[in-house]
Ligand binder design. Structure first.
Ligand SMILES: [Zn+2]
Length: 436
């Protein structure tokens, strides 16, 4: 390992005892701001807990979880912003909304101080990837009302980097902008990084000779999925970093230069718990569970014990970078509600992604899931390189599914360029009508 960069070395490498103490202090400070937060005041009251009586993360565990559907219902019943605001509306400066990929979009407001906390969270992401004032960051996003896109841009400025927005452009224009401006850092989803590489190839541009040396991804698992990561690194001649976040919480996890395949949880701005998604019991290290997050530094619109729906596996093994922050193995492994049961085998989309991306002949793919008698049947549609015949690729796919995942799938060829390419949150999985 060459060099390890930090945003705040002292905080990121402090011992766990002082870290947990710091979390408790931040929590008390946060709860002190919630006296006018109707949503949480009622929630505490219903649970029979005194807000002022909560002194630690352990005490907070008496409060029931907060769910996305609860927040959505609150906004629906109390339009337009619900009752989660801790301050009068005049104090807020930023209004965004979630992508709405899983239901009605949530509106989200930030005060100037809360926005600063977001940017600090992004600074951990950028600095841990070695991004500095010497870099030129390109954000290949559509922008619109999506918080994460704006926070990524503003966060890059926060660490002093020069920053270029890739909103409102075609993929071809984006490739040309990246090359012409000698951008050194690309921020986008893993899928879109691969798509840009495909577009560049069509234009006869070799991205490996571009100035891009770092790519940073979120929005889907992917960048911690070994074969996806290798595909991106090969195509761009860059080092690929994962991170994770959510509009309701913030940028809560980041990759580091140790490149261990596990990413750090930002325990400086969040408290984390991992639970069994079905029983809601806490699970220990090494067990896959749903991540629950409490925001410590966003009092304007906070979430306490919020069920993210993201599946993770916690580890407290020391990292080569020297940070004492816990990590999650393989980043976000999938969504709690995304699990498929294919011919009796439990499996997550990231496992399929890992398998498909290891086959270089496949350019893009889509999965159709048909539920027959409670079991999912998979149809994999693949686009392959024009130069290659379909049958050998099909055989390779079938063999890989058999040997790695122990399932049989159906493979179909899709015409070149016919499958959708995604800029943001790929939705490759289509459920077709259930068959009884
Ligand atoms: Zn590390």
């Amino acid at each position: 390992m060459k060099q390890i960069d930090f945003y705040n070395r002292e905080l990121e490498t402090q011992d766990r005892v002082s870290l947990l103490k710091m979390q408790d202090q931040l929590l008390q400070k946060l709860l002190g701001e919630l006296t006018a937060n109707v949503f949480y005041c009622e929630k505490f009251h219903r649970a029979g807990i005194e807000l002022a009586g909560v002194r630690s993360a352990d005490d907070l565990r008496a409060l029931p979880f907060t769910t996305k559907s609860e927040l959505a219902a609150d906004q629906e019943e109390h339009p337009p912003y619900g009752r989660l605001l801790s301050y009068p509306l005049a104090r807020y400066s930023y209004l965004h909304q979630t992508s709405g990929t899983s239901g009605r979009p949530l509106k989200w407001l930030d005060t100037r101080e809360d926005w600063d906390a977001w940017l600090r969270c992004w600074s951990y992401v950028y600095r841990a990837a070695g991004v500095s004032e010497d870099d030129l960051v390109f954000c290949a996003f559509s922008f619109g009302p999506y918080l994460s896109h704006w926070a990524a841009m503003d966060g890059a400025r926060y660490v002093g980097a020069l920053c270029l927005s890739g909103g409102g452009l075609s993929s071809e224009q984006r490739v040309r902008m990246i090359v012409d401006n000698r951008c050194t850092v690309l921020v986008c989803t893993p899928t879109y990084a691969l798509h840009l590489a495909e577009v560049a190839e069509g234009l006869g541009i070799d991205l490996r000779s571009s100035a891009v040396r770092t790519t940073i991804h979120a929005g889907e698992p992917g960048a911690s999925v070994e074969s996806v990561k290798r595909c991106i690194e090969r195509a761009w001649g860059a080092i690929c970093f994962d991170h994770a976040g959510a509009t309701e919480a913030g940028a809560w996890a980041f990759d580091c230069q140790a490149q261990s395949g596990s990413i750090h949880l930002n325990e400086l701005d969040f408290i984390f718990e991992v639970i069994d998604p079905l029983t809601a019991e806490h699970v220990g290290e090494g067990v896959r569970g749903e991540l629950v997050v409490t925001t410590l530094s966003r009092p304007g619109m906070p979430v306490l014990r919020y069920r993210t729906g993201d599946l993770v596996e916690l580890t407290s093994e020391p990292c080569g970078c020297g940070r004492t922050l816990s990590r999650i193995k393989g980043g976000v492994l999938g969504r709690a509600d995304d699990m498929l049961i294919v011919r009796g085998v439990n499996l997550y989309p990231s496992a399929i992604d890992n398998l498909v991306r290891a086959l270089p002949s496949i350019v893009e793919y889509e999965v159709e899931i048909k539920r027959i008698a409670g079991m999912d049947d998979l149809l994999l549609k693949i686009e392959i390189n024009e130069r290659e015949p379909f049958q050998p690729v099909r055989q390779a796919v079938l063999a890989a599914f058999r040997s790695q995942l122990n399932i049989r799938v159906t493979v179909e060829q899709a015409a070149r360029g016919s499958l959708p390419r995604y800029e943001f949150k790929a939705r490759r999985y289509k459920r077709v009508t259930e068959v009884a």
